[in-house]
Design a protein around this ligand. Structure first.
Ligand SMILES: NC(=O)c1ccc[n+]([C@@H]2O[C@H](COP(=O)([O-])OP(=O)(O)OC[C@H]3O[C@@H](n4cnc5c(N)ncnc54)[C@H](O)[C@@H]3O)[C@@H](O)[C@H]2O)c1
Length: 331
C-alpha cells in the first residue's frame, strides 16, 4: 500500500488518481488544511482508496497510519506552500513542513518503511546564477518556504547515510493544468498561481487580473517561468517509485520542460483558449520575483526515463475546464 500525504490537495490528488488507475492501493493522509474532502470523495470512485484525516504535526496521527496499514512506500506532498505567507509567519512553515516531515520520517523508521518520494521545489535554488537551472546549481533559498524544503532535502540525505532511508526529491517548477477529465484540479483559496488567477478573471464577478511588472529585461518585459503540466509531473512520481522499487538510491531531479513562457505569453494563451478579452491591471514589480526560472530537465530524462509531453496550451485548456466546473460548484 502506498501512503500519499497531502493527497487531498492539488498535485497529490492527481498523483492518487494515477496510482489508482494503475491499480495501486492508496492511503491518503491529509489534514484538509488546504485540501478538500470533495476531492477524496471523487477519488474513491477510481479504486482502492482509504482516507485518514490527520496532521503530520501530531506524531500519534501518523504512527497510527503505519500501525493500521501495510505501507510499503510514501509519496510526501503535505506542506504549506505560499511564499508570501511563509515570510509573514515563518513559524507556521517550519512547524508544519519541517517538524511535520520529521514526524513522518520517524514513523517510517519505526515501521521499517525506507522509500519516499518528496515534493521539493525550484524555490530551493533561490535567485538563479544561470538558466536553465540544472541540479548542480547552488541551493540558496530566499524565503522561509524554500528554506523548509531545502532543510527536508538535507534531512533526507542524512537519514539515508544513517538509516538507509532512500528518497527521491523532485524539484517542481511551475505546476499547471488539471486531470484530462477534470475529475480533480487546482483548488486553492487564496489562489497564488498565475494561470488559475488569469482564468478566474473570466468569470462574472472575477476581479481584473493583476500583472506585476512589465519592465523586466525579457522578450516582452514580463517574467519567464517554466510551466510543467500536472499529469506530466505526476508521471515522474510513478517513475520515481519504480526507481526506488528497483533498488535505485537516493537522488534528486528537476521537473520542468527546459522552456519558459512570459506572463504576457501565458495571458495571451488564456485569452486564446477561453475566447475572452480578459481584464488586466499592470502593477509595479513585486519584491523577490526572479526574472527567469527555467529548468534543465536532462537528468530526469536520462535517469528516470521521464519526458514531459504536454505544452502550455494543453495545460491552460484543462485548467480552464476545471475552473468552469469549480466556478459552477461554488456559485
Ligand atoms: N503547486 C506548485 O506549483 C508547487 C511547486 C513546487 C512545489 N510544490 C509542492 O508540492 C506539494 C503539493 O502542492 P499543492 O500545490 O498540491 O498544495 P496543496 O495545498 O493543494 O496540497 C497540500 C496538501 O497537504 C495537506 N497538508 C498540509 N499540511 C499538512 C499536515 N501537517 N498534515 C497533513 N496534511 C497536510 C493540505 O491539507 C493539502 O491537502 C507541496 O509540498 C508544495 O510545496 C508545489
Amino acid at each position: 500500500m502506498i501512503l500519499v500525504t497531502g493527497g487531498a490537495g492539488y498535485i497529490g490528488s492527481h498523483c492518487v488518481l494515477s496510482l489508482l488507475k494503475k491499480g495501486e492501493e492508496v492511503v491518503v493522509f491529509d489534514s484538509l488544511d488546504t485540501g478538500h474532502i470533495e476531492t477524496i470523495e471523487t477519488l474513491k470512485q477510481f479504486g482502492k482508496l482509504k482516507f485518514v484525516k490527520g496532521n503530520l504535526q501530531n506524531l500519534s496521527d501518523i504512527l497510527n497510519v503505519f500501525k493500521n496499514n501495510e505501507i510499503t512506500s510514501v509519496v510526501h506532498f503535505a506542506a504549506f506552500s505560499q511564499v508570501g505567507e511563509s515570510v509573514r509567519d515563518p513559524q507556521k512553515y517550519y512547524y508544519n513542513n519541517v517538524f511535520g516531515s520529521l514526524n513522518l520520517l520517524k514513523a517510517m523508521l519505526e515501521y521499517n518503511v525506507k522509500k519516499i518520494v518528496f515534493s521539493s521545489t525550484a524555490a530551493t535554488y533561490g535567485e538563479p546564477d544561470y538558466t536553465p537551472i540544472d541540479e548542480k546549481h547552488p541551493q540558496n533559498p530566499i524565503n522561509p518556504y524554500g528554506n523548509t524544503k531545502l532543510m527536508i532535502e538535507k534531512i533526507l540525505d542524512d537519514y539515508d547515510k544513517a538509516y538507509g532511508l532512500k528518497s527521491i526529491r523532485l524539484r517542481y517548477f511551475n505546476v499547471a493544468g488539471a486531470d484530462r477529465d477534470c475529475a480533480v484540479g487546482e483548488w486553492h483559496d487564496p489562489e497564488t498561481h498565475l494561470i488559475p488567477n488569469i482564468l478566474k478573471s473570466t468569470f462574472s464577478g472575477g476581479k481584473p487580473f493583476e500583472m506585476y511588472g512589465d519592465d523586466y529585461d525579457t522578450r516582452d518585459g514580463t517574467c519567464v517561468r517554466d510551466y510543467i503540466n500536472v499529469e506530466d509531473l505526476v508521471a515522474a512520481h510513478l517513475l520515481a517509485l519504480d526507481y526506488l522499487n528497483n533498488g535505485g538510491g537516493t537522488n534528486y531531479f528537476n521537473l520542468g520542460t527546459n522552456d519558459g513562457n512570459t506572463v504576457k505569453e501565458v495571458f495571451a494563451c488564456c485569452e486564446r483558449v477561453t475566447g475572452e478579452k480578459i481584464p488586466v491591471n499592470i502593477k509595479p514589480r513585486r519584491a523577490g520575483d526572479p526574472v527567469v526560472l527555467v529548468a534543465d530537465n536532462t537528468k530526469a530524462k536520462k535517469e528516470l526515463g521521464w519526458s514531459p509531453e504536454k505544452n502550455i496550451e494543453q495545460s491552460i485548456l484543462t485548467a480552464y475546464k476545471w475552473e468552469e466546473k469549480l466556478n459552477s460548484r461554488l456559485s
